[in-house]
Ligand binder design. Structure first.
Ligand SMILES: Nc1ncnc2c1ncn2[C@@H]1O[C@H](COP(=O)(O)OP(=O)(O)OP(=O)(O)O)[C@@H](O)[C@H]1O
Ligand SMILES: [Mg+2]
Length: 247
């Protein structure tokens, strides 16, 4: 579904992403893990069109989409959430999801007669039910728990009926219980959509990932199925090394 070929990006002298190559198979969960500063978010930004690579290629279903701007990639079916929650906090849950549904209409009619909004509202209501948010429909997003805000964010991405869903640390700052819920939610989406997931915590992704890419200092350190990643001495060392450095 997505093929990344020899992708590189530097910020000044820092090689944030260094000759990265990998593939994400259709309707599977591919996770990118690695210690702080490994280059995970930068890799995401290069794939999703937020940043342009210095060199290398990104292919979506065999088509070269390198350097395509984010809005074009969104139109091609790539939806992403950001590491920092990116919602309209002063609007209700339903309105946040409704805007996403409306953006799929042939023209963006944000100033439209209320009676013409029934289709997006109906669609948004269905999505809220599916994501277990129906009881929070009228609450302001700013008043929700962190976990529910993340849930709204994923609901918004899915409202865009994407083919590829990119999630950057969706469980950041969550309690273990909230994390488990989001894991279950993400797992339930696989099969319908290709998921590209960034996670910080190795253990957390092991249950839900089909394939894991481990990044370290901009490079791909290892890739394979979760059990092989867990068993890899190089991966363990990278994580322990990062912990020692932080200590
Ligand atoms: N816009 C930027 N300008 C300069 N340096 C940057 C920029 N974005 C990222 N970096 C640097 O590039 C390196 C990789 O950062 P990146 O955010 O991709 O890491 P990450 O793996 O997502 O880390 P984290 O787990 O902390 O989110 C870091 O050293 C970071 O400081
Ligand atoms: Mg990051």
């Amino acid at each position: 579904m997505i093929r990344v070929i020899d992708l590189s990006k530097s910020f000044g002298a820092l090689r944030a992403v260094n000759h990265l190559s990998f593939e994400a198979m259709p309707n599977c969960i591919t996770s990118i893990i690695g210690p702080n500063g490994a280059g995970k978010s930068t890799a995401f930004n290069l794939i999703a069109g937020t940043l342009r690579p210095d060199s290398g290629r990104v292919e979506l279903e065999g088509h070269d989409v390198t350097g395509e701007p984010a809005y074009r990639l969104a139109k091609l079916g790539v939806a992403r959430s950001f590491q920092i929650t990116n919602l309209f906090f002063g609007l209700s849950v339903l309105e946040n999801v409704r805007f996403a549904c409306q953006s799929l209409e042939s023209r963006n009619r944000f100033l439209t007669r209320l009676d013409r909004l029934s289709a997006p509202v109906r669609r948004a209501t269905e999505i809220l039910e599916e994501f277990g948010l129906d009881e929070s429909a009228d609450q302001l997003v700013g008043n929700l728990s962190h976990g529910d805000q993340r849930r709204v964010e994923i609901a918004i991405c899915m409202a865009l009926t994407p083919r590829v869903l990119m999630l950057d640390e969706p469980t950041q700052g969550m309690s273990p219980a909230e994390t488990a819920e989001i894991d279950t939610l993400i797992k339930s989406l696989a099969g319908r959509v290709t998921v590209l997931l960034i996670e910080h915590d190795i253990d957390l992704v092991m249950n839900i990932s089909d394939h894991v890419i481990v990044m370290h200092q901009g490079r791909k350190l290892f890739e394979g199925p979760p059990n092989e990643v867990r068993a890899s001495p190089a991966v363990r060392e990278a994580y322990l090394g990062a912990e020692h450095a932080a200590a």
